[in-house]
Design a protein around this ligand. Structure first.
Ligand SMILES: [Fe+2]
Length: 227
């Protein structure tokens, strides 16, 4: 397994893979909450995010474009003059296609000045409430998702978490593709009781946050529901 300098050393909650095939094939067991496929993309995604925000007239908030609406992205691409930006759009389209064919419900997300509206995602939290799914994410430009190690998680309750005061924070790199394990569907009360004693959530949940940014950001997000 590859060791990356931005991932805690010897950390069993993150599995790092080096190709797309392993990325889809690798599961989270026995201890992981993330499978990470590190990628270094070429292309000016900062500039792309700004141009897209202008094109779609997004000044604040989020724009979601589902895989089924990809023609909107292609329509945008047609008017792009800069080659690097054009290629960057190609990368996003092919990532969406790739996730779609892996049966992941996928959308592109453009985020502009979102921090003014949503404070919660900027605090450490866990995704999903009473749901089991795998969440796939690519952040194409900075700032990328930050996280803390599970050893530094004191408590998880619903989406809310408490982390140690001076817990070191880590951050994925732009272009990385990862999938996060979300398992918080309610089972029977005996399992829940056992889970609490064993501190299942604290040991296993992916605790993360988005950094505040004035610059538009582009992400691809996909969820694969489990029964
Ligand atoms: Fe989140």
């Amino acid at each position: 397994m590859t060791q990356l300098d931005y991932i805690p050393e010897g950390y069993e909650q993150i599995k790092v893979v080096d190709n797309l095939f392993s990325f889809f094939k690798t599961d989270f067991e026995p201890k992981a909450n993330i499978v990470l496929y590190p990628r270094r993309l070429t292309g000016n995604f900062d500039r792309l995010a700004v141009e897209m925000a202008n094109f779609f007239d997004l000044k604040e908030g989020k724009l979601f474009i589902k895989y089924s609406e990809c023609s909107k992205i292609q329509y945008f691409q047609k008017q792009v003059k800069d080659k690097d930006i054009y290629k960057a759009v190609d990368i996003i389209l092919s990532d969406m296609e790739c996730l779609y064919f892996a049966r992941v419900k996928t959308h592109m997300r453009l985020v502009v000045n979102e921090y003014k509206k949503h404070h919660d995602v900027h605090e450490f939290h866990v995704d999903g409430l009473n749901q089991d799914f795998d969440r796939f994410i690519v952040c194409y430009n900075d700032p990328v998702t930050q996280f803390v190690r599970n050893d530094d998680v004191i408590m998880v309750s619903g989406n809310n978490v408490k982390v140690k005061d001076n817990a070191p924070t880590y951050q994925f790199a732009s272009g990385d593709m990862w999938k996060a394990r979300v398992r918080n569907k309610q089972r029977n009360s005996a399992d829940d009781f056992l889970g609490k004693i064993l501190r299942d959530k604290e040991r296993r949940a992916f605790v993360h946050r988005a950094l505040r940014s004035n610059l538009p950001r582009i992400l691809v997000v996909g969820d694969k529901r489990l029964n």
